[in-house]
Design a protein around this ligand. Structure first.
Ligand code: ADP
Length: 160
């Protein structure tokens, strides 16, 4: 049996940003399959509901046959095992991201020796971008079209 190279890209995607999109598109040729996995945190309500966040992810990658989306709760490494993923994909913006990701990545490795975390550097223009800034702009009635994928912006407009 040929082993598929499956990667999980975990996050809350509330909403998906151009930074997320860029990392996923650049990583797509490296894997047979990338699962964009929306981790559900029962303590956090979130801005967009889960169904809408998934819809935005699916619309963004409608042209990428090897990118799919899913939702999960619980440990990310357990979800990886469930779907047969041997790779965790993450993006790195700054040295603060590095320190945060280093500890999660090293702990995940201790939890599950068979899963490697793989990092992609952010594109310079996406470095200051994160989902919480986008939520803030939206809360104050601003436009976020330059910060989120085109397909996601359409869905946001239909739901404001
Ligand atoms: P979310 O923003 O969806 O809550 P995270 O902050 O955990 O989720 O981000 C999910 C992944 O996406 C992380 O690996 C993070 O480094 C990466 N990421 C987030 N924003 C960007 C960006 N602007 N450029 C590149 N990678 C990013």
């Amino acid at each position: 049996m040929i082993m598929e190279r499956i990667a999980v890209f975990p996050g809350s995607f509330d909403p998906i940003t151009c930074g997320h999109e860029s990392v996923i598109r650049r990583a797509a040729p490296l894997f047979d399959k990338i699962i964009v996995a929306l981790g559900i945190n029962s303590q956090k309500q979130g801005h967009f509901d889960i169904g809408l966040r998934i819809k935005m992810i699916e619309a963004t990658f409608a042209d990428c046959p090897n990118v799919s989306s899913a939702q999960y709760s619980g440990l990310t490494v357990d979800f990886c095992k469930e779907v047969g993923a041997k790779f965790l994909l993450r993006g790195l913006r700054t040295s603060a991201d590095f320190e945060f990701e280093r500890s999660i990545g090293q702990i995940n490795k201790q939890l599950e020796i068979g899963i490697e975390t793989v990092f992609m550097l952010t594109q310079p223009e996406h470095t200051p971008l994160n989902s919480s800034i986008i939520r803030d702009i939206l809360k104050h009635g601003g436009k976020v079209d330059q910060f989120v994928p085109k397909a996601a912006w359409q869905i946001i407009q239909e739901n404001i």
